[in-house]
Design a protein around this ligand. Structure first.
Ligand SMILES: Nc1ncnc2c1ncn2[C@@H]1O[C@H](COP(=O)(O)OP(=O)(O)OP(=O)(O)O)[C@@H](O)[C@H]1O
Ligand SMILES: [Mg+2]
Length: 222
């Protein structure tokens, strides 16, 4: 695992955005898991751009609204909110969870991020939808990578079929997030799957290390 100083090349808060125009790709689940993981390295703020029912805000309530995960409830432009959080000097990491479909909001979140994770499930429609966020990242020159999520361990062929077309659209995290019960039950409990499931913990740690590389180098290792 990489220590915090490896990530903090520049002084100040690092903003990690989880974005995809495709609904149900795993954005909010990953945002909660990474929030917990980030909390092991520094002070964390959360920006929930989809504070409806199935959201990070709801998960925080189930977790008992812990002080160490600060939920930003401000309003106004995303860029201004991110700047204000950074300027406060109170946070090392900001996690942004985005809604599906709302292209303007996704774009604003991507623009404000230091690194963008684009979760993708295996399937043609998922592949097609994931290009939207990737193009935004390229347009705004934001370091980004695709994350294969909900991977069915029984059918590795499905991942293999995704790799070629997806790699033509952008970099892919080596870490894969498997479809696992722990990821679902964790949400009900206001927890991260990594807090009680060893395999999920390995995935979150692997992803965190790769995100750290993305933040530090602006790209993934070969
Ligand atoms: N690794 C996983 N294994 C099994 N189920 C998962 C996994 N990750 C997420 N899920 C489940 O998949 C569903 C969609 O996840 P989630 O709500 O995080 O996606 P989302 O991209 O935030 O969706 P939306 O676009 O609606 O905001 C949820 O029911 C969640 O519990
Ligand atoms: Mg969501």
């Amino acid at each position: 695992m990489q220590p915090i100083d490896a990530i903090q090349v520049t002084k100040g808060m690092k903003t990690i955005c989880i974005a995809s125009a495709k609904g149900g790709s795993g954005k909010s689940t990953l945002a909660t898991a990474l929030a917990v993981r980030a909390g092991q390295e520094g002070r964390v703020a959360l920006l929930d751009l989809d504070p409806g029912t199935a959201s990070m805000t709801m998960w925080l309530q189930a977790r008992g609204r812990p002080d160490e995960l600060h939920l930003d409830t401000g309003d106004g432009l995303i860029s201004a909110r991110v700047k204000a959080l950074a300027a406060s000097g109170r946070f090392d990491f900001l996690l942004i969870d985005t809604p599906p479909m709302d292209v303007e909001l996704i774009q604003a979140a991507i623009e404000a991020a230091d690194a963008v994770i684009i979760p993708v499930r295996c399937g043609l429609f998922d592949l097609a939808a994931s290009v939207v966020a990737a193009e935004m990242c390229r347009e705004h020159k934001r370091p980004h990578a695709f994350l294969l999520s909900h991977v069915d361990g029984r059918h590795p062929i499905l991942v293999e079929q995704m790799i070629k077309p997806l790699s033509g659209m952008g970099p892919i995290f080596k870490t894969r997030v498997k479809y696992r019960k722990a990821w679902i039950t964790a949400l009900n409990l206001g927890r991260s799957a990594a807090e009680f499931d060893r395999e999920s913990r390995a995935e979150v740690n692997g992803l965190w290390d790769e995100v750290a590389t993305l933040l530090r180098k602006g790209r993934l290792d070969e």
